[in-house]
Design a protein around this ligand. Structure first.
Ligand SMILES: [Zn+2]
Ligand SMILES: [Zn+2]
Length: 348
């Protein structure tokens, strides 16, 4: 039986977070009700918690959380393709299904995009409703307390590496920034057939985790012209670079690092202007492009990767917190005390 009330982490204003009882949502037509098992903790949660977003995007009260896995416990009218008891992975961003972007298979860019824990209630709660077509079934053997991080960090880098820069088997791939996204990127690049991985960060503990995924590591602390070191290390062979930091300096280093015909993906966010040697666009046929979230059509591929054991969750997830400790988890993330992802467990 689904209880009438549920526990949730509700944001009532900037840094005003309360763990409280709220009404359990009921699945509408076409929805499923999911009992949330766990959530990956994403930096975006902290951005919303601290209200570092435009005034008009703020919405209170708001249940935070957007990187979740859980179990289907009820189906709304007409909800098809799932049954009670199914384990599912929930995409943080999904679309209306009707606009030009959705029609083109890019519902991550939907004109009426829905973002869990941001534009609607999220998953730092015991239950959440979601359209059944956006709940992706996973084998019961998958450990949801770790696999939840695939909902956002893994899917984001999967889309970026597979479609936005196009990793090919045998490629050398450099990842700038080895937090939750960067470690996932190294793991996914390996699964897409990258032959050689390079990991750049300023933290030794993050680089140790990167090395466990098979990457050659470079600590960039205090270094200028990092691209020269990377070119020497790789014999000027790095074709793909992914910026997971969002600093102007790392984006231009990434662009300088890639070889002829190289591609740079940007999934770190910055408002700063970035310096790029524009001659490299035509002269060396380099490309640079951004990537945001992951179209929902790719989730079955992400689930397959999980089920095949392609993701090294022991490296990607390093710490667990209970829902009541979510503010401690935010503080630890900000203080650089988390390697890769932390997971927020939801009690039941
Ligand atoms: Zn996120
Ligand atoms: Zn749409």
């Amino acid at each position: 039986m689904v209880p009438e009330k549920m526990m949730a982490a509700v944001l009532h204003g900037p840094k005003e977070l309360k763990i409280e009882d709220v009404d359990t949502p009921r699945p509408g037509a076409g929805d499923v009700l999911v009992e949330v098992a766990a959530n990956g903790l994403c930096h975006t949660d902290v951005t919303y918690y601290e209200a570092k977003i435009p005034e008009k995007a703020r919405m209170y009260p708001l249940i935070l959380g957007h990187e979740a896995a859980g179990t289907v416990v009820a189906l709304g009218d007409g909800a098809a393709g799932l049954a009670e008891g199914d384990h599912v992975l929930l995409p943080p961003v999904y679309g209306c299904g009707e606009c030009d972007y959705c029609q083109a298979g890019l519902d991550n860019l939907c004109r009426k995009s829905v973002f869990l824990g941001a534009s609607r209630h999220g998953t730092y709660a015991q239950y959440v409703t979601i359209p059944a077509k956006f709940a992706f079934k996973m084998a019961p053997s998958v450990d949801m307390e770790r696999a939840c991080v695939a909902a956002d960090s893994v899917s984001t880098v999967y889309y970026a590496l597979k479609e936005r820069v196009g990793v090919r088997p045998g490629d050398s791939v450099a990842v700038f920034g080895c937090g939750g996204l960067g470690l996932a990127a190294l793991n996914v690049a390996r699964e897409l057939g990258a032959a050689k991985l390079y990991a750049v960060d300023v933290r030794d503990d993050s680089l140790e985790a990167a090395a466990r995924l098979g990457a050659e590591t470079v600590n960039s602390k205090g270094k200028e012209k990092l691209f020269k070191e990377l070119k020497t290390l790789s014999n000027a062979g790095i074709r793909i670079a992914l910026d997971c930091v969002g600093f102007a300096a790392t984006i231009s280093e990434a662009f300088a690092t890639v070889c002829k015909g190289g591609e740079v993906g940007v999934i770190g966010f910055t408002l700063d202007k970035v310096e790029l040697r524009t001659g490299n666009f035509m002269g060396l046929q380099k490309r640079i492009g951004g990537s945001w979230a992951c179209p929902t059509r790719l989730y079955p591929e992400v689930v397959t990767m999980i089920e095949k054991g392609g993701l090294d969750f022991d490296v990607l997830v390093s710490k667990f917190y209970d829902l009541e400790q979510v503010e401690t988890a935010f503080a630890d993330l900000e203080a650089g005390k988390i390697v890769g992802r932390a997971v927020i467990r939801i009690p039941h």
